[in-house]
Design a protein around this ligand. Sequence first.
Ligand code: GRF
Length: 272
Amino acid sequence: MKTGSNRLKLAILISGGGTNLQAIIDRIDAGKLDAEIALVVSNNQDAYGLVRAQKHGISTAVVDYRKYGKKLLPEIDKSRLPSQFAEVIERQRIFQGLPAEEIWDRLARLVLAEQEVIELLDPLTPELICLAGFMRLISPYFIEQYNKEDRYGIMNIHPALLPAFPGSDGYGDTFAYGCRFGGITVHFVDEGEDTGPIIAQATYPIWPDDILDQVKKRGLKLEYALYSKCIQWMAQGDLLVEKSKDGRSSVRIQDPKYPQFIEELTKQAFTR
Ligand code: GRF
């Protein structure tokens, strides 16, 4: 295990219960994850994840995105937007099929909130931003601060087998569709919603007598193990990003134990 400055410096963004955050904290404490958490940021001041962080002496901050909603901010002061805002609009893929003025408005409000988050993160120079149940969209403005030429700097855990069921209710959507298998995905974040390069996935069965809660429980167990493992692979320099001819990026995991890890993880999920 690495110590001190050799550890991957994380900032973790949350919105709720923070059980994934807890799993990361526990694996760091157990010496299984070469990382340190510089800051936990929540958009929701009541997120229990904040308490979890504080219990472990980790700094926390809240950025209330609602401050920038139409209700509390009817007019947007354009001078507060970044100079590259026009490019941000051009690159974004999170708001689609909406009138241009609506896209402008939504993106502007999102960027104003993100400026606050970036101000908090900047002095800490995090090496990886981990989204762990962060229920807000991420704009290209935020992404360009942390994704560099050939290095992605933002990771997300999604509770479905992407590209199936993107969006905010991966377990609910998988279950309601009648899938016989569900899955989870850890991926890097790009300009679309849940579209970035996949790092790793794991699957679980959905049995005929299951209710949604059982399905979620099975999936979350996988999330806790897989997310930490992906962060550890990043810390070890085991995630190689390759560009294919069509310009798409894909991730190659260089850890030779990767298939064995997935096999064992999946075996547990399939054991009744
Ligand atoms: C997880 O299912 C995660 O995949 C999704 O939101 C949930 C967050 O749970 N993005 P928690 O806050 O980590 O308990």
